[in-house]
Write a protein that binds this ligand. Sequence first.
Ligand code: B12
Length: 265
Amino acid sequence: MRTTVRYSGEGKTVEQPANQAATSASTPAASAAACASDASVNAQEVFQELLADLRQGVVDGDETRVEETARRVVDGGFDCCVAVRQGLVAGMAEVGRLFAANEYFVPEVLICADSLYKGLGVLSPRLQPASHRQARGTVVIGTVEGDVHDIGKNLVKMLLEIAGFTVYDMGRNVSVEKFAEEVTQKGCDFLCLSALMTTTMGGIERVIEQVRSQKHCVKILVGGAPITQELARRWGADGYSRDAFSAIAEFPSLQGVLITPLTLR
Ligand code: B12
């Protein structure tokens, strides 16, 4: 039920919703502040709905819905970083749950992944680093041998590029020898290794052994769903991150020379 109350300010009589009057002082300035705060609550609600739409769009594998919703996120001036994390990636996590529960199979999962990429296509150009774009170093990245999962690796790659790194993507199912060769050839500063299966994650350890035996001073960062901080330490990696976004936060401490912090807005 909508009730209104009357109040007087600067000689005018204005109608105001009762809920605003209850929370604010009876001046035009206070009223304006209350309206602004209502607008921000409303914007938050809209954003939450868009996030839910992104998640559901990915789960439904609905490219059109994801793309359109992503555009609304951009047009509305909402935080694209949050939209990727709490919309697209959260949707993919739900897809993972459905896959594990045998409700989704490989074809469905691939369709969902396509819709995630559609959303990324719209949102990623808006993910600007907070600091000035500058050459920060070179990275070789790939998913280890026997493993075709590359969605997470691609997210890490995308965020690193946005943050100003030059990234050489070796793709997926990459052998120990190919990684070692590429590190030598590119003389890169960082090597990022991804594995999504318990059956393939040992490949990360083997790549680290091989690269270390060649005395490269490359910093190695590892990740992927089955990897833990403890495994990363045991294998001799320099860094580990649970997700692509915290990987970006991990880089300054790895590099030790970054002047401006690597945060994305
Ligand atoms: C998508 C998917 C697929 C797709 C892959 C498409 C593609 N191009 O990647 C397809 C359908 C092809 C597939 C195939 C298979 N899959 Co699959 N798949 C998945 C699923 C549902 C989602 C993975 C994903 O993309 N998540 C979304 C991304 C954003 O998250 P992410 O990959 O974890 O990445 C984040 C972090 O881990 C981190 N990260 C990742 N890499 C890196 C690297 C670095 C350096 C850093 C810092 C961080 C980092 O940052 C990322 C972003 O935040 C998972 C379930 C799950 N819950 O993970 C199963 C899953 C990984 N698959 C599984 C299996 C078993 C298979 C198959 C064997 C199934 C089959 N019977 O054929 C095959 C394997 C094929 C092969 N040889 O690799 C199992 C693995 C079980 C295990 N042993 O560990 C899982 C866990 C499903 C399950 N519960 O059974 N799969």
